[in-house]
Design a protein around this ligand. Structure first.
Ligand code: NAD
Length: 364
């Protein structure tokens, strides 16, 4: 029988992007070798790397490869070398274009704090231990894309503006993603908005409530203002199961949630909604530690765990998560998380520890 084959486009990008992507691919290869599927990789430049090679942060040919793949794995883009660039020439604009082209309107960012990481948080261990939440961030609308936008002279000064805009279908579809996920989890959704001030949030709230009442009345729904949500995330993160929110609020809240586990280097993400999923660590290109074998590969490795889930390879995905927990339980820590009593390891050593845990799981 022919083995199932998945075509994966690899976009390592800049800074630590290539460091962590390399380890994520090693983990994917190990998962495939034990699970009976085949992975074909197609590595392409994006961000600064693509600007250097082709003067474009997302060349058309690369975008075409991505839209024709089964999944895309991205490392990170950007860095000081390209900071002087503006507008469509910036590395990040390649990423925004890619998300939009893939129709990836929902960004899933799981944050969990197992016992082994509770002491890494800047918050009290007893407040964060056992946190297990999923932020569903709307990704292709809202103020990051809204028109009109601009900066222009006005009398003797300047004015600048962006527009936060959402339509009913945009809110409806991301709300459904959140309710679907809640159904597989603890059946609770918190929708975050600023409906006491913003008209766009009033529509957001109405549509989320409508989708709930019509099709998901078996899921608990609460609405929360974004300022309160920021406070509650820090005070009592365990109260949350699934959080659904717009692009801007989701960007900020998911980075705040990132601190719960102690490092950005732990957080994976999946951007879904279209035919092809985009999987990437939440962190950026961390130019301060790039190329030094110091970066934490866990976020990228958990991102390919999410990719395997989306490809329908749930057992392999579970092996990845198990490997990460085993490595952390055994005290292995990259520099970003290392405290007294831990074993400090490099990027590649952390990955090897994770692969050992995966192998034991897959053989067991
Ligand atoms: P960053 O996430 O790159 O780094 C923030 C801090 O976290 C740094 O101290 C860094 O060393 C540390 N860090 C991040 N990831 C880590 C990891 N895996 N292991 C260990 N430590 C890690 O954010 P920044 O410094 O604000 O941005 C740096 C560059 O990355 C900028 O050019 C920015 O535009 C870009 N960026 C890209 C993305 C993306 O590609 N998705 C996201 C955010 C920022």
């Amino acid at each position: 029988m022919n083995k199932k084959t998945y075509n994966i486009v690899l976009l390592p990008g800049d800074g630590i992007g290539p460091d962590v992507t390399r380890e994520a691919v090693a983990v994917l290869d190990l998962a495939a070798s034990h699970s009976g599927f085949v992975l074909n990789y197609d590595e392409q430049p994006v961000g600064g790397a693509a600007i250097d090679q082709q003067n474009n942060p997302l060349p058309d040919a690369v975008l075409e490869r991505c839209t024709g793949a089964d999944s895309v794995l991205l490392g990170a883009v950007g860095g000081p070398k390209w900071d002087h660039l503006t507008g469509a020439m910036r590395p990040e604009s390649g990423l925004l274009k890619l998300r939009k082209a893939l129709g990836a309107f929902a960004n899933l960012r799981p944050v969990s704090v197992p016992d082994s990481l509770a002491d890494a948080s800047p918050l009290r261990a007893d407040a964060v231990r056992g946190t297990d939440l999923l932020v569903v961030r709307e990704l292709t609308g809202g103020i990051y894309f809204g028109e009109p936008r601009g900066r222009e002279p006005e009398g003797d000064h300047e004015k600048a503006y962006n527009t936060m805009v959402y339509t009913t279908p945009e809110i409806d579809r991301v709300a459904r993603v959140a309710f679907d996920w809640a159904g597989k989890r603890r059946r609770s959704v918190t929708s975050v908005d600023k409906a006491n001030v913003l008209v766009v949030s009033q529509l957001w709230r109405d549509v989320v409530q409508h989708v709930h009442d019509k099709d998901f009345s078996n899921i608990a729904l609460q609405h929360m203002y974004v300022d309160n949500a920021a406070m509650q995330l820090v005070l009592n993160p365990r109260q949350f199961d699934v959080i659904v929110t717009g692009n801007l609020f989701g960007d900020i809240l998911s980075d705040a949630a990132a601190t719960l586990g102690g490092s950005l280097g732990l957080l994976p993400s999946a951007s879904v909604g279209g035919k092809v999923g985009l999987f990437e660590p939440v962190h950026g290109s961390a130019p301060d530690i790039a190329g030094q074998d110091k970066a934490n590969p866990v976020a990228a490795i958990l991102s390919v765990g999410m990719m395997l889930d989306f490809l329908g390879e749930e057992k392999a995905a579970e092996a990845v998560r198990h490997g990460v927990h085993e490595a952390l339980d055994a005290g292995a820590r990259t520099a970003d998380l290392c405290r007294e009593g831990h074993r400090r390891v490099s990027t590649s050593e952390m990955s090897q520890e994770i692969q050992r845990g995966m192998t034991a799981f897959m053989k067991g």
